[in-house]
Design a protein around this ligand. Structure first.
Ligand code: ZN
Length: 342
């Protein structure tokens, strides 16, 4: 993704209500049997929120990194795609593998593989959760080995790992909403800042642009979307990214309030930070699904926006922290399991 100001528009979104009824039964053997009663009051709207397992999310991050950089067109990329599809299917989710031809700023023709898992595929009210799974093919922000691909442990694998763990938590649950988990491809083959080539617009997020033009379901829509990017590093802070505030202010509030409610306001800071062209920018503009970006922001870094490991070889497993994975993963579960009023 890149940092760049641009003109934005506000998108309003529709608020619809869905409700759950949870029926509890208990066996208290010493009491005389009472006639069974069913509470039909609609006040119990939520299911218990699962405990997000950060050890598992850490292992999912390490498993992706172990394939080597997941650069589109390489064997590591193909093997990781198979791994991600198999994992999602093992949690009982139908998976669509979308293949889309895209062209990079340096004129490479690639096949983007967007991996889409559908929870409750027939449910109309849906949310979209996404993260890119490809690795940047260059380390252009590094001082050494600039032309070699990066491990992309945080900038790629961490968001995917959190969503994989979330998919595991969705097994055997009966949420009243549908959820689409999309692993987006060819996000990070964007033009380097010091490229000798003419500046090319929209060179990042190619998989997302393809998906937005060719959604996996005709006329696809979700009530809102949440993008994860660089969500695994130690000490990460998530500020409220400005395009997210412009396009999906209510969703930002929903997520930051959920984080604060469960004690993660040290991670989710109630201040604006950065204005980014990331996958959510294209989702907002092309599909009009109000979508936010949860992304690490660091105003004290070299770039003044992204943390110093960004697009360097330092983005490896040594920076990944289970506490950060936990804060983001538990917050997402909190949103999906308790905030059922879309
Ligand atoms: Zn990146």
């Amino acid at each position: 993704m890149k940092s760049k100001p641009f003109l934005s528009t506000n998108v309003a979104f529709c608020i619809l209500h869905s409700a759950f009824l949870i029926f509890f039964s208990s066996c208290e053997c010493n009491k005389p049997k009472q006639p069974e009663t069913v509470n039909t009051k609609p006040e119990t709207l939520t299911l218990p929120v699962p405990n997000f397992n950060a050890d598992s999310a850490y292992e999912f991050t390490a498993a992706q990194v172990a394939f080597g950089p997941r650069v589109p067109g390489t064997p590591a990329h193909a093997k990781c795609a198979d791994y991600l599809v198999a994992k999602l299917k093992s949690y009982g989710l139908p998976v669509i593998m979308q293949h889309g031809e895209v062209k990079t700023f340096d004129n490479k023709r690639l096949v983007a593989k967007n991996i889409i898992a559908q929870y409750n595929p027939d449910t109309k009210q849906r949310i979209l959760l996404c993260s890119h799974w490809d690795s940047r093919p260059f380390a252009d922000q590094d001082t050494a080995r600039k032309n070699e691909p990066i491990d992309a442990a945080s900038d790629g694998a961490s968001g995917v790992a959190i969503l994989l763990e979330m998919a595991r938590d969705l097994q055997n649950t009966k949420l009243g909403i549908g959820i689409d988990i999309i692993f987006l491809d060819v996000e990070d083959w964007g033009q380097q800042e010091d490229s000798k080539l003419p500046i090319m617009k929209d060179s990042y997020c190619l998989g997302t642009q393809y998906w937005a033009e060719h959604p996996h379901v005709p006329n696809y829509f979700a009530s809102y979307g949440i993008l994860l990017d660089m969500v695994g590093a130690k000490g990460a802070k998530f500020y409220q990214e400005r395009n997210s505030l412009s396009y999906a202010n209510d969703v930002v509030k929903r997520v930051w309030d959920a984080a604060a409610h469960i004690g993660y306001s040290d991670y989710f800071v109630y201040l604006p930070g950065g204005e980014l062209i990331d996958d959510h920018y294209y989702i907002n503009n092309m599909t009009h699904i109000p979508t936010i970006d949860i992304i690490q922001y660091d105003a004290n870094s070299r770039s003044r926006v992204f943390p110093d490991y960004w697009h360097t070889h330092d983005d490896n497993m040594s920076i990944i922290d289970k506490n950060t994975l936990k804060a983001v993963g538990q917050t997402l579960l909190q949103v999906a399991f308790t905030d059922v009023n879309l």
